[in-house]
Design a protein around this ligand. Sequence first.
Ligand code: NAD
Length: 334
Amino acid sequence: MKRQTWLLTGGAGYIGAHVADAMSRAGRDVVVVDDLSTGRPERVPGDVELVACSVLDTTALAEVMTRRRIAGVIHLAAKKAVDESVDRPLHYYHQNVHGTASVLQAMSMAGVRRMLFSSSAAVYGVPPGGPVTESTPTAPINPYGATKLICEWLVRDAAPALGLSWISLRYFNVCGAGTPSLGDPGVTNLLQLTLQALAQGVSPKVFGQDHYTADGTCVRDYIHVSDLADAHLAAADHLERQDARTSYNVGCGRGSSVLEVLSAAERITGIRVPYEVTAARPVDPANVVADPARIHQDLDWEAKHDLDSMVRSAWEAWQYSHTPYQHHSALTGP
Ligand SMILES: NC(=O)c1ccc[n+]([C@@H]2O[C@H](COP(=O)([O-])OP(=O)(O)OC[C@H]3O[C@@H](n4cnc5c(N)ncnc54)[C@H](O)[C@@H]3O)[C@@H](O)[C@H]2O)c1
């Protein structure tokens, strides 16, 4: 028997499609709302209803929530490119902050009382040394990170009046693919940039080798998108069982340097192109690694995939989406 129905905004996107798939496979009934600005309809599982509209359309959202008797919302829909957020701050505030206010308004109209919000390690900005806990001060350094923090505040501040139970998941560096057809279509994070460079025979760029880390390059906490999807399942389960009003870091708790990612990419792709070291960017913190102890303790969740598994699955997805024959044959079936 199907369990409660959850609405996923942004469910046709990179992470959302993995969450939709995980929820669906776990027997949850799921509805996706997505404006398809970066998402693709073919990413949404076949048995899941896709409503193509913006989260800014409060009336349409409330109608779906009422019609499908939604038990909770996983709000992933947002703009996420840091550089673009610097160039187009008003657009980012409109889409992310107004978008979240609209989702909350629709939840209030439809009487939906559970909210799982997609936040980001970007809320911490340049954290002081050591693992980042949920009580590390938040101090975003770009409009994207600021919108994520403001949305967390919006959810927190709306909760008492709307009777909401909520969890914000602060994702660290998401990569990999659960299946080759669901790879990250964007080329903005280190792994995707590296795979692109190697595939094109171009030198991957390393921004600075004089950071205060073991090999001098920046260290980040990479998390496999399938582990992240499982964290959403655990959080949705938790919200169905009991009230919550909290944020969790979602990371592995292990850092990998730029050179470690490059070396894994070379080993797994079998392509070797010497990297090029350029000047460090002042906006890049040296070391951002999660302390995921709280989510482990409260939700019994921990990451299972290692860096090699992330790189291997991302490379398979890269080849899938850049090889016309494979793409075509996989889509049409045997
Ligand atoms: N990818 C990462 O490393 C990362 C890290 C931290 C947080 N996040 C957050 O995770 C969420 C999902 O990111 P992603 O990597 O899957 O990005 P994505 O661009 O692949 O997915 C976003 C989805 O939201 C949809 N969307 C955007 N604006 C919308 C709107 N106004 N109305 C309806 N749909 C809209 C897009 O079409 C897309 O399907 C975002 O909230 C992002 O901020 C991502």
